[in-house]
Write a protein that binds this ligand. Structure first.
Ligand code: PMP
Length: 295
C-alpha cells in the first residue's frame, strides 16, 4: 500500500505518498499510542466530517494527548487531501500518534503527529449488497472500559479486532461477531450491529465499544420511519429471535448479515429500506445532512 502515486497530508504539509514515512522507534508503533478515523467521501463530500474530526480529537484526549491542530484545521486538511488526489468517492484515514522522541512506556515528551491519507473507494451499493455477510461468534471479547480505553478509536484496540477477524476468516466466515467480557453481544470487528425483533430495531448499548456515527445515523433514519429503536443488553441466546440482522459502519455502510455461527437470516424489508435511505443520505450535501437533525 506504500508504493503508489498520490499525496498524503503529513503534519501540515502535503508529501508524496512514497515519502510519508515515520521512524521505527515511534512510540505509536511500539506502544499503540495512536488514534485514527475512517471517513467516506461521496460525490465529493466527506460524510459527517465534523463528527469524525471531533471523535479523533476526543480519542486522542482519552489516550492522554492533544492533537496539535484545531477541528477546523483538520476538517480543512481532510478536504484538501481529497482534492489534491482528485477523488470524489473515497475513503479518508486520519491518524495521530506519539513520535520517536522518547521510547519508554512513559512518553510525555513525544511529539504528536497527524497524517491524513485518502484513496479511491467506489460506491458498492447495488443488488449484490443485499446478499449479506456471514459472521462467526469470536472467542476474543471486547474488554471492560476499565481494562482498555473503549470509547477511543484507538489503534491498540484493533489488535483484538484483527485476531477475531482472522479467526473468523480461517473458518470461512466474512467477519467476527464479538461479545463483550460479560458475554453480551457487542459488535463486529469494524462495525456496529442491529437486529430486527418483532418489527422493532434492537442494538446493544455501546458501553464498551464505539457508538458509531453510522449507528446513530441509522437509528435516526429508523425513527423517521416510525420504527421503535431499542438500545439494550442483547444476549447471544436471543439471536434466533431476530428476523433480520445488519451491520452499520462507515466502511460497512448498511450491510445485511445472512449468517451468525449456525443461524441463518434472510435480509428483508427493514434492512433494505435502511440501506437505501442511508445511500440517499450520504449523497446529500453537508447542509442538507445538517438540516436533518438527528432524532
Ligand atoms: N466499531 C468499530 C470497532 C469500528 O472500527 C467502527 C468503524 N469506525 C465502528 C464500530 C462504526 O463506527 P462508525 O459508524 O463511526 O464508522
Amino acid at each position: 500500500f506504500d508504493d503508489r502515486d498520490g499525496q498524503i497530508w503529513y503534519d501540515g504539509v502535503m508529501v508524496p505518498w512514497r515519502e510519508a514515512k515515520l521512524h521505527v522507534l515511534s512510540h505509536g508503533l511500539h506502544y499503540a499510542s495512536g488514534v485514527f478515523e475512517g471517513e467516506r467521501v461521496y460525490s465529493g463530500n466527506i460524510f459527517k466530517l465534523r463528527a469524525h474530526t471531533e471523535r479523533l480529537l476526543v480519542s486522542g484526549r482519552i489516550l492522554g494527548f492533544e492533537i496539535p491542530f484545531t477541528a477546523d484545521e483538520i476538517d480543512a486538511a481532510c478536504i484538501q487531501v481529497v482534492q489534491a488526489n482528485g477523488l470524489t468517492d473515497a475513503y479518508v484515514r486520519p491518524i495521530a500518534w506519539r513520535g520517536a522522541e522518547q521510547l519508554s512506556v512513559s512518553a510525555q515528551q513525544t511529539k504528536i503527529h497527524l497524517a491524513i491519507a485518502t484513496w479511491a473507494w467506489p460506491n458498492l451499493f447495488g443488488a449484490d449488497r443485499m446478499k449479506g455477510v456471514r459472521l462467526d461468534i469470536a472467542s476474543w471479547k471486547r474488554p471492560h472500559p476499565e481494562t482498555a480505553p473503549t470509547a477511543s478509536k484507538a489503534a491498540g484496540l484493533y489488535m483484538i479486532g484483527t485476531l477475531a477477524k482472522h479467526a473468523a476468516e480461517a473458518k470461512g466466515f466474512n467477519d467476527a461477531l464479538m461479545l463483550d467480557w460479560r458475554g453480551q453481544v457487542a459488535e463486529a470487528s469494524g462495525a456496529n450491529i442491529f437486529f430486527v425483533m418483532d418489527g422493532e430495531l434492537h442494538t446493544p448499548t455501546p458501553d464498551c465499544f464505539l457508538d458509531g456515527i453510522t449507528r446513530r445515523t441509522v437509528m435516526s433514519i429508523a425513527r423517521r420511519h416510525q420504527m421503535k429503536v431499542v438500545q439494550r443488553v442483547i444476549m447471544p441466546a436471543e439471536l434466533p429471535k431476530a428476523s433480520e440482522v445488519f451491520l452499520a459502519g462507515t466502511a460497512a455502510e448498511v450491510t445485511p448479515v445472512r449468517q451468525i455461527g449456525e443461524l441463518n437470516y434472510t435480509p428483508g424489508r427493514v434492512t433494505e429500506t435502511l440501506l437505501n435511505d442511508y445511500e440517499k443520505l450520504v449523497r446529500m450535501g453537508p447542509a442538507e445532512v445538517e438540516a436533518l437533525a438527528p432524532i
